[in-house]
Design a protein around this ligand. Structure first.
Ligand code: ZN
Length: 193
C-alpha cells in the first residue's frame, strides 16, 4: 500500500532542445558567458580573455582556449577569421547559437501572463502550419524514432519547435538590424540639423 503525501500539477514552462555534445559543453558559466560576449562581435582568445577579465571572469588565456576548444567541438562556435600576427595565426570565433544567461525573475510568468497567452495563441497557428506542411511531415517521419516510454514519435514535436526556434533567432536578428538602421537614420537626420 502507498500513501500519497504530496501531489501537485507541474507544467513545463520552457523548452530546451540540446544535443548531448552541446549540453556537456554548456555545463559551465564561463562558456555561457563566452557565447554571450561573442554574440557582440567575433573575437580572438586573447581579446576574449581581456573582455571576460573586465566583467568579473578573470581567467588565463590557456583556460579560455580550452573552453573555446570545447565549444568548437560541440559546434557552438566556429572560426570566422584567421589573421597572421608576427608569424603566428590568430583565430577569431563567432557563436552558432544565441545564448542568454539571466536569472529568471520568480514572478516572470505572472508578470507577462497576458503576453505569453497572446503569443501562445499565435504560435499555435504557426505550429499548425508547420505540422500541416507535406515536406515537413515526410522528412520528420524519416528521422523519427519510437519513444521507449510512450511509443510515440517525439521527433516531430522537436523538429517543429526547432523550426520556430531558428525562425525566432532570425526574426530577432532582423529586428536588431532594423533598429540599428533606424538608429543610423536618426543620427544622420540629427547631423543635418
Ligand atoms: Zn514518449
Amino acid at each position: 500500500m502507498s500513501d500519497t503525501i504530496l501531489q501537485r500539477n507541474i507544467r513545463a514552462r520552457r523548452l530546451v532542445a540540446l544535443d548531448q555534445k552541446s549540453a556537456q559543453a554548456l555545463g559551465d558559466v564561463v562558456r555561457m558567458r563566452i557565447l554571450e560576449v561573442l554574440s557582440h562581435r567575433p573575437m580572438s582568445a586573447e581579446e576574449l580573455t581581456r573582455v571576460l577579465g573586465n566583467s568579473g571572469h578573470k581567467k588565463a588565456v590557456t583556460t579560455i582556449r580550452h573552453h573555446l576548444d570545447a565549444l568548437k567541438t560541440a559546434g557552438l562556435i566556429e572560426t570566422t577569421k584567421m589573421v597572421e600576427v608576427r608569424g603566428a595565426v590568430m583565430k577569431y570565433y563567432a557563436p552558432t547559437i544565441r545564448a542568454f544567461s539571466f536569472e529568471v525573475p520568480l514572478k516572470f510568468e505572472d508578470t507577462h501572463a497576458r503576453l505569453i497567452q497572446d503569443t501562445s495563441a499565435r504560435i499555435q497557428k504557426i505550429l499548425r502550419g508547420i505540422l500541416g506542411d507535406k515536406k515537413f511531415l515526410i522528412e520528420s517521419e524519416q528521422n523519427g524514432t519510437v519513444c521507449s516510454v510512450c511509443k510515440g514519435n517525439h521527433f516531430r514535436e522537436y523538429a517543429a519547435a526547432e523550426i520556430v526556434n531558428h525562425a525566432l533567432v532570425r526574426a530577432m536578428e532582423g529586428n536588431a538590424s532594423a533598429e540599428n538602421a533606424s538608429d543610423k537614420q536618426a543620427k544622420t537626420g540629427n547631423s543635418k540639423h
